[in-house]
Design a protein around this ligand. Structure first.
Ligand code: NI
Length: 132
């Protein structure tokens, strides 16, 4: 059930909220505030090392010696955290890999760090999200 409540804000803060709503294409203030609360709750879960979900995005040149073998090695070491791995060939050289993960925040961070720091990895990012 959705409940309504009043919010008191300084004029400049309200202006900032309205700018955010417009710039980020939220249909109204409520949806933007809901977004802020959920973002905060997800961040708190990560900070408290709760069970969370996310995605690790990796970009690399598949010609890089041993990189794919090392990546597979790491992924097998952490296989319990991995829900899926998607590999797409971006062009002749470059691959993008999206690894969907679920588990304790520190374990996901450890997996992500182990992959991103592999020799030859061009770019990597852990997107932290979760169930709230
Ligand atoms: Ni590829």
């Amino acid at each position: 059930m959705v409940k309504r409540f009043g919010v008191s804000l300084e004029e400049n803060l309200l202006k900032s909220l309205d700018d955010f709503v417009l710039k980020n294409r939220f249909p109204n203030r409520s949806r933007a505030i809901r977004h802020f609360i959920k973002t905060n709750l997800v961040e708190k879960k990560w900070e408290d090392n709760k069970e969370v979900a996310g995605a690790i995005i990796l970009v690399y040149d598949h010609h890089q010696r041993d990189l794919q073998a090392m990546s597979t090695e790491v992924q097998h070491r952490f296989y319990k955290l991995i829900l899926s791995t998607q590999h797409v060939h971006l062009d002749h050289n470059n691959c993008i890999e999206t690894i969907t993960v679920k588990g304790k925040a520190t374990e996901l961070k450890e997996l992500s760090d182990s992959l991103i720091s592999l020799k030859g990895m061009q770019h990597g990012k852990l997107v932290m999200t979760g169930m709230v």
